[in-house]
Design a protein around this ligand. Structure first.
Ligand code: UDP
Ligand code: MG
Length: 315
């Protein structure tokens, strides 16, 4: 029987942890009883430098039942890094790991299906939302636009899949070879390959507490996703620059002809439009280029993605 770890990044999740841990323990115990996973399977909470009592709750849980594992990060490193830290720890002990959020938005009822597919021999199983009814219209719209944009930019992401997925040890080993500091796991994992499958689930409302992904963070996550996987935006800017340059040459010829024919050009509008238009485009272009330079700067420093302060694990 295979050992499976659940990996749950937690940042200020004191409101949800008691309920989440109860539900996950129940599910894991059932699966152990059904002999679908080994009794060495664990529920691992990664504390991502929480400012509330999250770590105390995790330590308490571990003390009461060794099925709970606690991984304490030294700093708040963000969801992706915390998840990565958890997965890299899990692969030392488990045959597979399932990542999910602490707030019970990812339907825990689907865990069994993930494990069934793993037992059938799949290396990566993606959780895909079958409906987005619990999201606001705005979030649905922006998410859809984001996936479209990612596809257009040539990145291979799975639509409506967040970070609810199962990965085998083999897949996690492959993931550990990706050395980028800026993590965008849902873009990286599809690059690994292996045999994959999909599990459909309903996304619920957050059980309690507030989203740790406000609009600003979500936007920067989206920019991260696009710029990490494609240099197409730079190519597009080159194309746009070439187009504008051609237009200005055409205009120049046109103005020369008008001048030669003896008409005086009064075109105030043309000037104003060009100044603003080209100014705006230049700023946009600089912004995109800056984004890549900034990213390169962060990557070459090769700073560690996370630092584990302590691990609570009992065999
Ligand atoms: N999270 C984290 N570090 C952070 C922000 C979030 O570990 O800096 C965790 C959080 O505790 C949760 C998961 O990432 O388990 C997803 O966050 P959240 O539910 O707030 O995002 P949303 O579902 O609103 O996109
Ligand atoms: Mg959530």
């Amino acid at each position: 029987m295979k050992t499976v770890w659940l990996v749950i990044p937690c940042y200020n999740e004191k409101e949800v942890l008691p309920e989440t841990s109860k539900q996950l323990k129940q599910i894991m115990q059932d699966l152990i009883k059904k002999e679908k996973i080994s009794s060495e399977s664990r529920v691992a909470f990664v504390n991502d430098g929480s400012k509330d009592t999250t770590w105390n709750i995790i330590s308490q849980l571990h003390e009461e039942d060794p099925i709970f594992v606690g991984i304490n990060l030294a700093h708040n490193k963000g969801h992706q890094n915390a998840l990565f830290a958890g997965l890299m720890t899990a692969k030392e002990y488990a045959d597979a790991a399932i990542s999910l959020d602490a707030d019970l938005q990812d339907d825990v009822g689907a865990i069994e299906e993930f494990i069934d597919k793993f037992n059938e021999g799949k290396d990566i199983v993606y959780g895909v939302r079958s409906a987005r009814t619990t999201d606001t219209k705005f979030k649905r719209g922006t998410a859809h636009a984001f996936y479209k944009l990612m596809k257009m930019m040539g990145a291979d992401t799975i639509e409506d899949h967040a970070d609810y997925r199962l990965m085998s040890k083999r897949a996690l080993d492959a993931l550990s070879e990706y050395e980028e500091v800026n993590l965008f796991l849902r873009g990286m994992v599809p690059m690994i390959g292996f045999e994959t499958d999909v599990v459909y689930y309903q996304r619920h409302e957050r059980f309690a507490g507030e989203s740790k992904y406000p609009l600003g963070k979500m936007l920067s996550f989206a920019v991260e996703g696009i710029t990490s996987f494609s240099t197409k935006p730079i190519r597009m800017i080159t194309g746009l620059g070439f187009f504008i340059f051609s237009v200005s040459i055409a205009l120049l010829i046109y103005f020369l002809i008008v001048w030669a024919l003896g008409y005086t050009v009064t075109g105030w509008t043309t000037i104003v439009i060009s100044v603003w238009g080209i100014g705006g485009l230049q700023l946009l272009a600089l912004g995109v280029i800056g984004e890549y330079i900034g990213k390169t700067y962060l990557e070459v420093k090769k700073r560690p993605r996370y630092k584990i302060e302590s691990i609570l694990y009992t065999k």
